[in-house]
Design a protein around this ligand. Structure first.
Ligand code: GLU
Length: 443
């Protein structure tokens, strides 16, 4: 039987980390098994659902690389894929339950009659056996059975009812969703039973906690998938990071791409232990992906942040800029950070803002001038030749290379830390190096 899974967001907010996580695990399982991934929009809350949220959820999924096979934008054999367009289906099926005496009307609403002692246990793929009986649905205070509303008086279905109708008619084989829905599952099983339908398998995903071990929320900072994009994280890294929440491909397999994840994924190896959302981990993963990236793709990612900082990106050729980023040798955890670490390749302005030559004393100047004049006299403008010439000079003078190289670093980058300064000099070019040194009166 073909695997069919679904992601069923309510378009009442952006795509959050939790939603992205659920979507991703469904996608992984569909792709792993060669099955189908269905996107269903649960928009029965007419007040809070908007087209705008639906659009951002979809574009957020696309950003993460989670494509779907059936959904409101592409339809498919089990459509429509928006609950608001399926109201007839909910009504017709509620009428069957009314006719069978399994439900009754109260006001305009249709209510499911909950009988006592109905066995509602199920084997969750992740959480294992979950034992429940319909008595558990009894209202605690009154001791009476709590009946379940199927259709509200305005004709709108409740979540627990619509989800069963849809999962059944959409032929869903695995319901993969957040563990906060475990408590809804018995109610849904009641409805399956009433219709005599085979329920799908349930796989609930562990809760995602902040570092303080509290449920992830706005308090923990960025929570929507797009906020991560805007902070300069790459979709591949956010994908990799989310996939590692509640599932692990094994030791030494922390970094992977989508294709590798699909090959390794096993639903039965998802853990129920709450997963901790650790930004340091995301930074580490992002840095690893940045390092592995193709130089021109890396450049595409960094450019917008340079532009945002007002740097004249268009003044330079792509090959030069891409080489500059490669020379950074894996520094920078995000594209944004890399852009700021490497701004001096794009313009001298940020260097001037950072370094005012305050640590250069008048006594040091003559020696520095002599050193830089010597360096600029090198006919062969390569890192090796520059370094050899610099070494020969400091040896002859009996001074320390460190002191001279440090000043060169400050004058060229405005920073205390940078890639090898002779490499940086080579890439910047003789004219630019001269210009920067002259500005500081070091030539
Ligand atoms: N619309 C529900 C939600 O966003 C779907 C839950 C489910 O997957 O059954 O939580």
């Amino acid at each position: 039987m073909e695997t069919r899974v679904r992601f069923a967001p309510s378009p009442t907010g952006a795509l959050h980390i939790g939603g992205g996580h659920t979507a991703l695990f469904n996608w992984l399982w569909a792709r792993r098994t060669g099955g189908k991934f269905v996107l269903r929009i649960e928009d029965t809350d007419r007040e809070r659902s908007t087209q705008e949220y639906e659009d951002t959820i979809m574009s957020g999924m696309k950003w993460l690389g989670l494509d779907w096979d059936e959904g409101p934008d592409c339809e498919g054999p089990c459509g429509p894929y928006r609950q608001s367009a399926r109201l007839d289906l909910y009504r017709e099926n509620a009428e069957k339950l009314l006719a069978d005496g399994r439900a009754y009307r109260d006001g305009g609403a249709v209510i499911f009659k909950v009988l006592p002692d109905v066995e509602l246990s199920f084997d969750d793929v992740v959480y294992g056996r979950i034992e429940t009986k319909s008595d558990g649905l009894r209202e605690r205070a009154s001791g009476e059975l709590k009946d379940i509303v199927l259709l509200k008086s305005d004709g709108m279905p409740t979540y627990n009812y619509a989800v069963v109708i849809d999962d059944h008619f959409m032929k869903i084989t695995h319901v993969i969703r957040g563990e906060d829905h475990i408590s809804n599952t018995p109610k849904q099983l009641l409805v399956y039973k009433a219709f005599g339908w085979e329920p799908p398998l349930f796989a609930h995903l562990p809760m995602i906690l902040g570092k303080d071990k509290k449920k992830l929320s706005k308090r923990h900072g960025a929570t929507s998938v797009y906020e991560f994009r805007d902070m300069g994280y790459m979709p591949d890294s956010v994908f990799n990071f989310l996939a590692n929440l509640g599932w692990s491909a094994g030791e030494d397999k922390e970094i992977f791409n989508r294709g590798e994840a699909v090959e390794m994924f096993e639903l039965s190896r998802v853990t129920r232990k709450p997963a901790v959302f650790d930004l340091d981990k995301l930074n580490f993963i992002n840095q690893e992906h940045l390092k592995r990236m193709d130089p021109s793709a890396r450049l595409d990612l960094v450019k917008p942040f340079w532009r945002e900082a007002g740097l004249p990106v268009e003044k330079h050729g792509d090959a030069y800029l891409a080489d500059a980023l490669t020379l950074m040798g894996g520094r920078g955890q995000t594209a944004k950070e890399l852009a700021s670490f490497a701004d001096y390749y794009v313009s001298f302005e940020p260097v001037k803002d950072r370094w005012k030559a305050e640590n250069i004393s008048e006594e040091m100047r003559p020696g520095l001038k002599e050193f830089f004049t010597e360096l600029l006299a090198e006919p062969n403008w390569t890192a090796e030749a520059l370094e050899a010439r610099a070494r020969a000079w400091v040896e002859k003078k009996g001074v320390k290379m460190k002191d001279y190289a440090m000043t060169l670093r400050f004058a060229l980058t405005g920073m205390k830390v940078s890639p090898g300064i002779f490499e940086v000099s080579t890439l910047l070019g003789r004219d630019e190096v001269r210009l920067r040194l002259e500005f500081y009166g070091l030539l």
